[in-house]
Design a protein around this ligand. Structure first.
Ligand SMILES: Nc1ncnc2c1ncn2[C@@H]1O[C@H](COP(=O)(O)OP(=O)(O)OP(=O)(O)O)[C@@H](O)[C@H]1O
Ligand SMILES: [Mg+2]
Length: 372
């Protein structure tokens, strides 16, 4: 599986861009701000129907334009598939395969698996639980369309339940109405059901994920450090369902659902010199944090490859800026051993990339990205 052609219309700083890529290594070079990361984001968008960097789709429309179109041709098994994503301001985005709209977005996610390694990845370590949930949900969603479907449904029910809690609070303020417990029950039931399913899948996925992740970390750090990830969820408590009901009053006061899988976290741990595991966020060095997230992404790559039976497209944004020479050479060694499939690398310093990749046996193509 690989992306053969890409054309962009009014996507971020690309008014009109057309590319034909190689099946192996594609290097995007150009000055700061020229659009290298934007091009990676277009590929990510095509595969996952959203930007890796913007939560609002409309922010990816070229300033002053009214729509964008991303159009790409993937080689899938032995045939070519044309994927088109378009967005008109104020409308819903449209996602098509060979000009036919998908019925469900979950049919598309994971069809062309992709892994992005980007400079802001260490946010995963430093920021709140939301970032980590978002990352793992992305990993699991690409692997399993059923997970994504359950997850989207959960979000929908959660939103409805929260709106209801707000409505009760408003009514209460105006005319002292009681909370309608029967009505809330109709939301709580599916929420608990879906929450349990998602919890069990997360727990299982993380167990499957750990050995690969630990192996990558050990490889990148020469086995000097131990790392761990602990999945933490309210739902792991065997009495969760009764607790959830017990805290209904609190939810009605706070006007939001305070417990459930939407509060889950994954705690990132590292072994210290005395053999204790401690939080990476508080005690890990910058280098350890970077290595941790790269190992996460490489483990994601492996999990997708074995789950999907194809090598995901790997997008490496400014990776050479992030790693020391030893780690770069380890990554290039992996490239040379054919660990990866199609690869996109950005670099603002073309000489460095040329030098680093000069000995790689793969087919390496360079693309000069100029200011639009
Ligand atoms: N919706 C948009 N419309 C127009 N321009 C945009 C839009 N979104 C982002 N840009 C522009 O894209 C440029 C940044 O592009 P990008 O991040 O891809 O650069 P880059 O080549 O990766 O640079 P660097 O080497 O610094 O990482 C900025 O000038 C930004 O203003
Ligand atoms: Mg960039």
């Amino acid at each position: 599986m690989y992306l053969e052609k890409l054309s962009l219309t009014n996507f971020k700083n690309y008014e009109d861009g057309r590319y034909v890529f190689g099946q192996e290594v594609n290097v995007l070079v150009g000055p700061n701000g020229s659009g290298k990361t934007n091009l990676l984001d277009a590929i990510y968008f095509l595969a996952l129907s959203k930007s890796a960097f913007q939560s609002q789709d409309a922010l990816s429309i070229l300033h002053d334009a009214s729509y964008f179109i991303i159009d790409g041709t993937f080689a899938e098994d032995a045939r070519m598939v044309q994927i088109t994503i378009s967005l008109q301001r104020g409308q819903r985005k449209v996602l098509m395969a060979d000009k036919k709209p998908y019925e469900r977005i979950s049919e598309h996610i994971g069809r062309f698996p992709v892994v992005l390694i980007a400079p802001n990845d260490t946010d995963l370590v430093r920021e709140h639980s939301e970032e980590r949930r978002h990352f793992f949900d992305g990993v699991f969603s690409q692997l399993d369309p059923n997970y994504l479907r359950d997850y989207l449904m959960y979000q929908q029910v959660l939103k409805q339940r929260n709106s209801l809690l707000k409505l009760f609070a408003d009514q209460d303020r105006r005319n002292g109405n009681q909370v309608d417990d029967d009505l809330l029950d109709t939301y709580d039931e599916p929420l608990l059901d879906l929450g349990q399913k998602i919890h069990d899948r997360r727990q299982q996925f993380i167990q499957e994920f750990m050995p690969g992740f630990k192996a990558h970390y050990a490889y990148l750090s020469d086995g000097r450090e131990t790392v761990d990830i602990q999945y933490e969820s309210d739902v792991s408590n065997p009495d969760f369902a009764s607790e959830f009901r017990h805290f209904r009053r609190r939810d009605t006061v706070l006007q939001r659902t305070t417990m459930g899988i939407h509060k889950d976290d994954y705690s990132f741990l590292i072994g210290d010199s005395s053999g204790q595991t401690v939080p990476l966020k508080k005690f890990g060095s910058q280098g350890q944090q970077k290595t941790f997230v790269i190992a996460l992404k490489l483990a994601q790559f492996d999990q997708l490859r074995s789950g999907k039976g194809v090598k995901p497209i790997l997008l490496l944004d400014d990776i050479f800026d992030k790693l020391d020479d030893r780690r770069i050479s380890k990554l290039i060694q992996q490239m040379d051993e054919g660990a990866f499939g199609q690869l996109f690398i950005t670099d603002a310093r073309p000489e460095r990339t040329r030098e680093l990749l000069s000995k790689v046996k793969a087919d390496v193509r360079f693309f000069e990205i100029a200011h639009a």
